[in-house]
Design a protein around this ligand. Sequence first.
Ligand code: EPZ
Length: 432
Amino acid sequence: MTTFHIHGGIPLQGKVRIQGSKNAALPILAATLLTGDASDIRNCPQIADVQHMVSLLQSLGCRVRRSGDGYLVDSARAGACNMSGDAITGMRSSLCLLGAMLGRFGEVTMEHPGGCVIGKRPIDLHLKALGKMGVSFTEEDGRLIGRVNRLRGADIRLSISSVGATENILLAAVQAEGDTTITGAAREPEVEALCRYLTACGAHIEGIGSSILGIKGGTPLHGAEFTVPADRIVAGTYLFACVGCGGSVLLENAPCGQLEAVIQTAERMGARCQMDGREGGDGIYGADYGYESGLYVQAPERPHALARLRTAVYPGFPTDLQSMALTVLTRADGKSCVEETIFEDRFRVVDSLRSMGADIEHYTQNIVLVRGVSSLRGAKVEARELRGGAALVLAGLMAEGESEITGCAYIERGYENIGKDLRDLGARIVSV
Ligand code: EPZ
């Protein structure tokens, strides 16, 4: 497993291009299965989870070929098979093959999907919704088996806004007989990207980007070209890296429209952010970078504390960036309060931050109080999940002295080349 060695305390300076979105690419790659045709999915990040999805599609009989920065996927000869092994149990997104397999073949057999240990992560909403569309599920030897003769459209109300459940319902609904309405659908940009790919393939979906989606089932689908949008979480990670370390950076290609709550939070921390095309900028960043498209960030001298930062479903502040914001707040000029509302186990990073000198106290299971310290100190810490691991890299960059982050394979599941990206911004970080 990769280990990062970081020499911290260096302000970031320069520009970096933001990779394609992991959480958009994965369901879209799964969706290629529905078309029985060839699709060209561009701007796919080269990360372990995408490799897993590619190998799962290949194991189902799809022809998959790397092409430029993406994949050509031909699902004409795909057939149903039992899906098991690391690619299924090692990542949560294998779950979107549930809807895709049922949509294409009316059957699916798979081991239970895994993913980062950030909470219980049940799949009850997925099973209940697909059940309403006619699928019957059983369990045998730890495998989930779903069967349906003919998927039928249904009115589905999600009691919790679930990204994965919304995606699975969409994947099944485009192939169902009759119409489906999803009320309480997740509005995350990754759901929108999946809708856009499916409509490019010929599907009829109304209300894209809203919490009520109307899907006309049974429209014949064909392959399509699609470009995966830039990764808002990677952009947010580098944004907070700059706010935490100081300096000024350009995040080329950052999906600014998807980052409003994140940018507002960085601005509350004292950062100055300027988006391409936005009114009111004074050109200070443009002078350095020639007005390239993206997000310009100038860090404050020291981050301001936040009376309250609360995660929420989109368009709120994303749970996937909570650990990074928390890390920045460890160096803020006062007391902050951070509340996690989506996953119950997303403060696992707290102990490691404390070992680097952070002053963080649990108020309740999902609220922590942070008293800013003047500096963190380098330490040896272990990444135990993707986003928490990335936050530890930020902590290492912010800290005085040397840090060693082990367990970085978790981080590489979501970041194409975080070490190089940060080196391009002037950080001293090497991977061994
Ligand atoms: C997606 O996970 C993302 N993963 C996560 O990113 C992200 O943190 C999360 O959405 C929230 O934005 C992928 O897209 C692969 P949910 P998902 O279903 O779909 C509860 C990362 O680091 N729930 O929206 O698994 C659940 O417990 C990853 O890239 C049920 O109760 O999340 C949670 O509290 C980590 N029953 C809430 O809903 C269900 O059947 C939202 O989860 C499903 C979910």
